[in-house]
Design a protein around this ligand. Structure first.
Ligand code: 8YV
Length: 325
């Protein structure tokens, strides 16, 4: 008999076939208690779980005693209780390799859009502003040869730094848990404390996972340190930036603008104060949302699950300690 797995996100047919080659696949819409109640046997027997952004916690795990591999189709895993999974001897796997370049592209787009007011200019033309008052053409600010500060020099941070340095002649400063040799060699990035980075960067680009340590890392005190001409970019997780503090800083013109792909509460409602402020560019968490990259993430998630359940997975394991006897 094939082991059972639960699939809680839609997958393309070719990837579903790969799963059904190895497993009895039970597809569900979500991991709510109501769903668990509808498929009690499947959840009880499932050795694997695949999907994105699942609320996997003690309560769910108590109903999944056979779970061995939880494969998230994402780089971030803040909705998964890693400690509880480890207690449960289940590994959590993720798909960071597939989305690096695409998220870095999106961050560079936010830099350009926020600095050059691209969305507002597009609207200005389309709503007749240019035609009606060509002399009122608003000026923007330069991107090239500015200083980019990157908080969180991981794979995406480095891919962004390469674009900014090689493509736009920017100087790179960065903060990370430890110095990043490749970043220093490949883009001459200089390590800086968060305080130094905030005081000197023209673009403060935040690309951090959400943890207890990073929650509201950028708040009132940090905006006070930034240049008035600075632009904040956030493409990691929304709650890393204190949104009320960001709104206050923008209103008080403590910073020039912001480019945001992530928010404290998603989806961001159109009535949010953020959407009414000038020089704020908002995206609906689309950093990795291209056909190619979303497919690659799903492909990697499926591979993580198959290899994980075969005991052959060599990378992408968040909690290898779960494998220890
Ligand atoms: C996606 C992400 O929004 O990978 C992440 O951590 O935030 C994004 O790539 C998410 O995976 C939803 O599919």
């Amino acid at each position: 008999m094939k082991p059972t797995i639960i699939q809680f996100m839609p997958l393309p047919n070719d990837l579903v076939s790969k799963l059904t080659d190895h497993f009895e696949v039970v597809e569900v819409d979500n991991l709510d208690q109501e769903t668990v109640n509808q498929h009690p046997e499947a959840f009880k027997n499932a050795q694997g779980l695949i999907g994105s952004g699942g609320k996997v916690n003690e309560a769910l795990l108590a109903q999944m005693p056979a779970l061995k591999v939880c494969s998230t189709v994402s780089a971030g895993y803040d909705s998964y209780d890693v400690g509880a999974l480890t207690q449960h001897n289940a590994i959590l796997t993720n798909t960071p390799g597939a989305l690096t370049e695409t998220v870095a592209d999106a961050m560079m787009a936010l830099v350009l859009c926020a600095a050059r007011n691209i969305p507002a200019m597009d609207q200005w033309v389309k709503t007749g502003g240019w035609d009606a008052a060509p002399e009122k053409l608003p000026l923007a600010i330069d991107v090239h040869h500015k200083k980019m500060g990157i908080i969180g020099m991981g794979r995406i941070g480095l891919a962004l730094a390469k674009r900014a340095h090689h493509g736009f002649g920017m100087d790179i400063i960065y903060n990370a848990r430890k110095p990043h040799k490749n970043a220093e060699q490949e883009v001459n990035a200089q390590y800086a404390s968060v305080d130094e980075l905030l005081a000197n960067a023209d673009f403060v680009c935040v690309v951090l996972p959400l943890t207890d340590e990073t929650h509201h890392l950028i708040s009132h005190a940090q905006f006070d340190q930034m240049k008035e001409s600075a632009i904040l970019i956030n493409a990691g997780r929304g709650p890393v930036v204190d949104e009320a503090a960001l709104i206050a800083a923008l209103k008080a013109k403590k910073i020039y603008g912001a480019g945001l792909d992530v928010f404290e509460k998603e989806p961001l409602v159109a009535s949010s104060e953020l959407t009414s402020l000038p020089n704020v560019v908002t995206l609906p968490h689309i950093g990795s949302a291209t056909h190619e990259t979303r497919y690659a993430m799903k492909r990697d998630g499926v591979e993580n699950l198959i290899l994980g359940l075969q005991g052959k997975l060599a990378e992408n394991i968040i909690n290898p300690e779960a494998l220890k006897p």
